[in-house]
Structure formats: C-alpha cells, structure tokens
Design a protein around this ligand. Structure first.
Ligand code: SF4
Length: 471
C-alpha cells in the first residue's frame, strides 16, 4: 500500500490530469445522481471510492478530499492530520516525527505538488479548514458530481490594525521597528503562582513578552491559559501558547475567549509536539485543528466576532496573533508555502525554532524577503543555549525539529569551559541576527535555565540599545 502511495506521488501530474478530466465530466451525471437521490448515490459511490483511492493513495476517507491540492498525497496519513503543510518536527532525513519509519506525508506532498506545477510557490496555496468530522467515511466524489469539488477552501484574512491605545507591549514593540526580545518560560509543576512568578521575575525589564508554553514536549505543567492570566495580573506581557494536540476546537475557542477576558493580549498558535516523547505517552492526541486552521479561527473570533461555527460573540477578543516556523528541517525552502498560509490565515508575528545555523537562517530570510513576508509579519528568531556539547547533541538527536551543525558542536566540545562557550555562541548568534534584514527580534529559549537566559539578554547589549532607542 505504501509503495503504491509513493507511486501516486511520483505520478502526481498524470493523476491530477485524470482528476481534472473527471471533475469536468462528473457534473454530466449530476441529473442521474439527482434522480437516484443524493443519499443513495453517495452509498453507491462510497465503496468504489474507498477501494480505488485506498489502493492508490492509502486514502482514509475523510469525506473532504484535497488530493488535488496536496500533490496527490493524502494528508490524513499524517500522524497529526496536518492539512496545510508540515509540522515543525520533520526529521533531518525527511521522515515523520511520530512514525520514524515513514517519510513525512508533507515531504511527499511537496514533491507531488512540484511535479504538478514546478512553479507552485508562485501561486497562493489554498487554506484548508479544519476537517468536518461528520463527513468522515463518506464519499467526496458526490461533491465533484455536483460541481463543488473543494467547498472547504477558506479565504485569507486581511490586515487588521488594533488602535495604538489598545495594543499590548509586544505589538507596540513590533510595530515600533526596534529589536524585540521575547523569552520562553515553562509553567511550573505547581499549584502555587509564586513558583511561576519566580521564573518570570528574572526577566523583568529585559524582555517585551514572555511565552508560556502549552505542554511543551508532551509534558504536563500548569495550564498555559492560567499561567498567562497570572502573569498578566502581575504586570507581565505573556504570549499564551495554544497547541492543537490536547484540545478540540470547542475547548480551544473557549480558552481563547477566557484568556482575552483575563487580559491576555498575545497568543501563539501551534500544532504541538507528539505525545510519545512526553511524560504521558499513553495519552490520546487530539489534533482536531492544525496551526493554520487554528489561526484562521482565532482571527475569525477577533475580526468577525464569531466562533468557527458562525455563532456570534457578545464581545470579540482583540489579540495579537502569532505562529511558529521551523526553517531548519525538511522540506526546507518549500516550507515557505506553509509559512505564507499561516500569515494569510492571520499570523502577525512568527517565532522560529532554535537557530543554531545562521547560514540556513539567512537562506530562509532571503525567501521571506523575496515574498515580502517580513512586511506582513514580524519575524522573531529562536535562540538558546545548553550547558555542554553533550546536552546540545542530545537535544539535536531527541528534540523534534532541532538542528545543530556539527561544527558548532565541535567548537563547544573543544572549549575548556563548555557552558561559557555555549553562552558566547548564543550571544554571537543574537548579534548576527540583529544585522539580518527582516529579523524583528529574538526569542530566547532554554528549559529551566532562566538565570543564564537573563545573563545572555543582558550581555548581548541589545536590551541597552533598545532602552537608548526608546529614550
Ligand atoms: S512529520 Fe509532522 S507533518 Fe510530517 S507526517 Fe509526521 S506528523 Fe505529519
């Protein structure tokens, strides 16, 4: 089955032609389908579609077929059911974060898309909404017969500017054009807010916002919505991270509304890491949404004042919405298509995975500038440090989506004081990033390493420059 799936991607161009022909001819049989009845026609088509597409594409019968937009690779084979592009955890060999023996479905989909249209990056890619769970198991061909092959595509959202008086500190900092600094803090395994505040206090006066992770790495901590609300109450500017892994769209929208009601002004929409590497590997991952559909829903709540269902909100949230990007894993340059979707879906700032490879980041930013994405969103690049070459090497091997060049590992390993050298590398990276056109700031990360991160921010000199700039 898998071999046939790969064959289909290799022959995506021919299969797309067959699909286009079928789409043109299918409405001819619409009167017959109407005469038989839509329900009966669907029941007749279902086994045919299941067998034909099951054989060719390992089709999972989601009932909302998008093969024509995904290079003839069925996105339902993705372990996170991503419908708009790859997650950030793709392995260096192009294999899946969750199923290491399988090539990432989106690496395949990108190859298929290029076969269909070599200039695929020149065209805007359709935004696919979250799957309609009611349609699972039903035939998609019935929609083609009725001339509505892709009713599911979503329009991009436009630019939205919150009046300056209502902007939070992070949005104001991004819009000011000065270099932005954000930091990541993991909420504690504690029911005491003081444990969270002790971590946040280390960054007082040093950063523009503090990201609160949402079960990072599949590990359980205090909820990110509660931690963000606590920080807001104590005068910090949190970025409430929302992962799609643990909650469905009902729970997530309720949390977004609740966070806004509690004064939280920034959210970061992300797919979420696989549960298998966390402390609850027996948990059921949800992935009702992917990051793009979550962004689109969050923007719909803010801009149109309505839930994904279309039901109106009494008062809409007003949020500065961000997304993540990982320039350091396959399918490398083609990831820009997924990033562009995130921006079209509503992201106004982008935070990246750890940057340990400046050359790769420069390539990525060149693509960003070519497509004018830096004018539509603020790019905040992830940086960080670990205490030794061994710890860094372990992270590169075990944390999905982290890439560390061997030369950097060798430099740190050869140093007499590895911790100091790793810190120096991070400071040099920050200073180099500040010189790259389109980089709006840095996002400093490091698990339970707050003291070192605060020193790095101070020693990089950027905070001082920022202060002088603001005075
Ligand atoms: S690496 Fe991510 S996007 Fe690719 S198949 Fe696995 S879960 Fe899906």
């Amino acid at each position: 089955m898998h071999a046939l799936r790969l064959w289909s991607v290799r022959h995506a161009r021919g299969l797309r032609r067959v699909y286009d022909l079928f789409s043109r001819l299918a409405p001819v049989v619409a009167p017959v389908a109407r005469a038989i009845g839509v329900t009966r026609t669907e029941a007749l088509l279902r086994p045919l579609e299941r067998n034909a597409k099951g054989l060719l594409f390992d089709c999972r019968m989601c009932g909302q077929c998008v093969l024509s937009a995904t290079g003839m690779a069925c996105p339902m084979n993705c372990a996170k059911e991503m419908r708009n592009g790859p997650c950030g955890g793709v392995r260096a060999n192009g294999h899946c974060e969750v199923k290491p023996d399988m090539r990432c479905v989106w690496v395949e989909a990108t190859a298929g898309t290029k076969r269909i249209a070599p200039d695929h990056l020149a065209h805007p890619t359709p935004l696919l909404p979250a799957i309609d769970q009611r349609k699972r198991g039903s035939a998609s061909w019935i929609q083609v017969i009725h001339g509505k092959p892709n009713p599911a595509f979503q329009p991009p959202v436009g630019e939205r500017i919150t009046p300056q008086a209502q902007q939070g500190p992070l949005e104001r900092a991004c819009r000011s054009g000065r270099f932005v600094i954000t930091v990541e803090v993991a909420p504690p395994d504690s029911a005491n807010p003081a444990d969270l505040l002790a971590r946040a206090e280390k960054f007082k006066g040093l950063v523009d916002a503090i990201n609160i992770t949402d079960g990072a790495g599949g590990n359980c901590h205090m909820s990110s919505v509660a931690a963000s609300a606590i920080l807001t109450t104590h005068g910090f500017a949190p970025v409430y991270q929302v992962a799609c892994r643990d909650r469905n769209r009902i729970a997530i929208q309720g949390d977004i509304l609740g966070a806004s009601a509690l004064g939280v002004q920034n959210i970061l929409c992300l797919t979420g890491d696989d549960v298998s590497q966390g402390d609850h590997p027996q948990a059921k991952p949800v992935f009702d949404l992917d990051a793009v559909s979550l962004l689109h829903i969050a923007r719909g709540m803010c801009d149109r004042g309505e839930y994904a269902s279309g039901r109106k909100l009494l008062t809409a949230p007003d949020l500065f919405i961000g997304a993540t990007a990982n320039p350091f894993v396959p399918p490398f340059g083609d990831r820009i298509a997924n990033l562009e979707k995130k921006i079209a879906a509503g992201a106004r700032f982008i935070q990246t995975q750890f940057c340990f490879d400046l050359l790769m980041l420069e390539d990525f930013m060149r693509l960003v500038r070519e497509r004018g994405l830096h004018q539509r969103a603020h790019f905040i690049v992830g940086v960080g440090t670990l205490g030794s070459a061994k710890a860094l090497g372990w992270m590169a091997q075990h944390v999905p989506g982290v890439h560390v060049p061997p030369a950097l590992l060798a430099r740190i390993a050869a140093a007499p004081d590895q911790k100091a050298e790793a810190k120096q590398v991070c400071i040099e990276t920050i200073q180099a990033l500040a010189r790259i056109e389109g980089v709006a700031g840095v996002h400093v990360m490091g698990h339970k390493n707050e003291d070192t991160l605060a020193q790095i921010i101070s020693e990089s000199g950027l905070r001082e420059q920022t202060r002088l700039h603001c005075e």
